[in-house]
Design a protein around this ligand. Structure first.
Ligand code: PEP
Ligand code: MN
Length: 337
C-alpha cells in the first residue's frame, strides 16, 4: 500500500503518517519527489488501515500496488532514480559506459586497460577480483590481493570502480575499494548477499539471473531496497534460450519493459550476452536505442592471453570505435554519451 501526499504537503503531515505507520507496527519507506511525497507501507494487508490513512491530514489517496515488488515499482517512485557515481549520474540523460577486463589479472594488465578505456571515453572501470567461474579449475580471480590493485588503479586514473561481490562476508571489504558492488548472474537470488548489500548502502549493480524472469530480478532488487539501500541498478546480461550461436540471448525487450515497471536504472552487458566481441558493438547500439541507461563492456589489451572471457573482450582500439558509434545512437535518441 502507498500513501500519496498532496502536492506540497507540509513536513508535519508527512511525519504524522510515518508515525502512524510505525504505531501500527509496519515499516515506512519515503519517496520524496520535487512535488509530492509518497510513503510506502510494507507488509500491511489489512484493508481497514486504508481508511486510517485516507482520513489523515494532507493525504491525497491511498493506493494498493498490485505487483509483488513495491519499492522497486514506478507507483512508489514515479520519477527515474538517478545514482550519482564519482561525478557521473546513472539513470539520467547521459548513457554511462563501464568497461574493463573481466578479471583483474595483474597490476600491469589492469592499469593498462584502465588508461585505455579512460582515454576512449569510458566513465567507470570494471574488473573482477572474486570470479564466479562455472568450473572450479578455471581462474578464480586474484581474491583479496587484487583489492590493493583496485585501490591503486582507482587512485591513479581517478576512475570509479565496479567489481563483483560473491558472498556477504566480502561486502565490508569490497565496499571500501569499489564504488559499485556487482552481483553476478549466479548470485541474483543469493538472499543473504542481497540482505548484506541492503545494509551496506553502497551502489549495487544487480545482474539478471541467466534463468530468471524480469519479475524475479525485480524481487531481488526489492530485497536490497527493503533493507534500506535505494541505490540499485539492474543489468540485463542475456538469458538462456535454445539458441547456441550466442553464449546467451540478449533480452533487449527487458530494457523498455523494466524501464516501465521500475524507476531503477537499467544497464546492458552485451559482452556476456553474446560471448563474442564482434557482436558487442551492434548490441551496444541497439541497447542505447532501446533506452538503456548504461553499458557494461569487457575490454582486454591482449584478449588471446586473457585468463577469462577473452573471446568476448574487445581490444582497446575496437572499444574506442564502439564508443564513437554508440555516441551517434545516443545523440539520435536525445541522449549524450
Ligand atoms: C562478469 O561480469 O564478469 C560476470 C561474471 O558476469 P555474469 O555474472 O553476468 O556472468
Ligand atoms: Mn566476464
Amino acid at each position: 500500500m502507498i500513501v500519496v501526499m498532496r502536492n506540497g504537503a507540509p513536513r508535519e503531515s508527512v511525519a504524522a503518517v510515518v508515525e502512524r505507520v510505525k504505531e501500527l507496527g509496519f515499516q515506512a519507506h519515503l519517496s520524496e519527489g520535487e512535488e509530492r511525497t509518497i510513503i510506502g507501507i510494507i507488509g500491511d494487508k489489512r484493508p481497514q488501515n486504508e481508511h486510517v490513512f485516507r482520513l489523515m491530514e494532507d493525504v491525497e489517496k491511498v493506493v494498493h500496488i498490485l505487483r509483488p515488488f513495491k519499492l522497486a515499482s514506478r507507483d512508489f517512485h514515479p520519477l527515474d532514480t538517478v545514482v550519482p557515481i564519482n561525478g557521473h549520474s546513472i539513470g539520467g540523460n547521459q548513457v554511462i559506459v563501464m568497461a574493463g577486463p573481466c578479471a583483474v589479472e595483474s597490476r600491469e594488465q589492469f592499469l593498462e586497460t584502465a588508461y585505455a578505456v579512460k582515454e576512449a571515453g569510458a566513465h567507470i572501470l570494471r574488473g573482477g577480483v572474486f570470479k564466479p567461474r562455472t568450473s572450479p579449475y578455471s581462474f578464480q580471480g586474484l581474491g583479496e590481493p587484487g583489492l590493493e590493485m583496485l585501490a591503486e588503479v582507482k587512485e591513479r586514473t581517478g576512475l570509479a570502480i565496479i567489481s563483483e561481490v560473491m558472498a556477504p562476508e566480502q561486502v565490508p571489504l569490497m565496499a571500501q575499494c569499489a564504488d559499485i558492488l556487482q552481483v553476478g548472474t549466479r548470485n541474483m537470488q543469493n538472499y543473504n548477499l542481497l540482505h548484506a548489500l541492503g545494509e551496506a548502502g553502497k551502489p549495487v549493480l544487480l545482474k539478471r539471473g541467466m534463468m530468471s524472469t524480469m519479475e524475479e530480478l525485480l524481487m531481488s532488487a526489492e530485497y536490497i531496497l527493503s533493507h534500506g539501500n535505494y541505490r540499485v541498478m539492474l543489468c540485463e546480461r542475456g538469458i538462456r534460450t535454445f539458441e547456441t550461436y550466442t553464449r546467451n540471448t540478449l533480452d533487449l525487450s527487458a530494457v523498455p519493459v523494466l524501464k516501465q515497471a521500475t524507476h531503477l536504472p537499467v544497464v546492458v552487458d552485451p559482452s556476456h550476452a553474446t560471448g563474442n566481441w564482434e557482436w558487442v558493438e551492434p548490441l551496444s547500439r541497439a541497447s542505447i536505442a532501446a533506452g538503456a541507461d548504461g553499458l557494461l563492456i569487457e575490454v582486454h589489451p591482449h584478449p588471446d592471453k586473457a585468463l577469462s572471457d577473452g573471446t568476448q573482450s574487445l581490444r582497446p582500439e575496437r572499444f574506442a570505435e564502439l564508443i564513437q558509434r554508440a555516441r551517434a545512437v545516443a545523440e539520435a535518441v536525445g541522449r549524450s554519451l
